[in-house]
Design a binder for this molecule. Sequence first.
Ligand SMILES: [Zn+2]
Length: 312
Amino acid sequence: MLIGVDVGGTNLKAGAVTEDGGLLSVSTRPFGRFTGAEDFALRLVQLARDAAEKAGASPGEIRGVGIGVPGAVEDGDILYTVNIPLSRLPLRALFQKYLAVPVALGNDADCAALGEWRCGAGRGCRDFAVITLGTGVGGGLILNGGLYTGGGMAGEVGHMVTHAGGIPCSCGRRGCWERYASATALADRARQEGRLRPDSRLSLLGEGVTAKDVFSAAQAGDDLARSLCGAYAREVAEGIVNLLNVLHLQRIALGGGVCAAPEELLIKPVRDLVHRTCYARRSRQIPEVVRAQLGNRAGIVGAALLGDAGRR
Ligand SMILES: [Zn+2]
């Protein structure tokens, strides 16, 4: 049995996973207050043990552990994370002090891509990517039939520029894709435009409007929301076409909360735009654009499979 651990800014999750990617149990606890590296590693070990126990297994039956973190990793160390205080943390070494099993550490988007590729929307593909539309825009790449991590630093698709000279980004550049195609960007846009459109239900939601609200309002026929969804689909498609023109992937799966939106409001318009504008539109193998299938299970399953790959 394998354990996948998904480290998020809000929750820490661990799951027991079979060697073919079946999820047997999930244990969750809040990220809580950070009280030091050692204590943090110990909390993850307890969570991993808890997940094993919930699946009816003893810690001795854990054959490998994979840990996905939202940041850059290298050789079992977390180099840096955004929004959570885990930078420069030798997580693998600390974890193995308390649980002596093979441990692999990976970026969370890479884990999601591995999970979707082996067990979800990417099955059977040689070249595939998962793009996650959330607070930012993340990406994980499967190239030539394997995970491509660039040593832990690749796949930062959200920081390719789609609007030169555009909105400033936390990475130091301007006009990065995630400033236009993240769920946060859609909510920001709705907030700004809602102020000017008292006829829209988005203006009633005021400062607290979310990306999900925009899709619900669009579904209910709100004009402003419908036009925001259309513009958002164009922003999402813009970056996907850039990626496809470089990599000619067979399939791209879109994940993250906003992808729960009705197909005709997001996935379908994105797919249509991609098919109309990508360089390979005349090829016999037009890249597919689909919804990710595993939801937030992808991180846990993918981390576990990463652990398994590290063990071999
Ligand atoms: Zn950026």
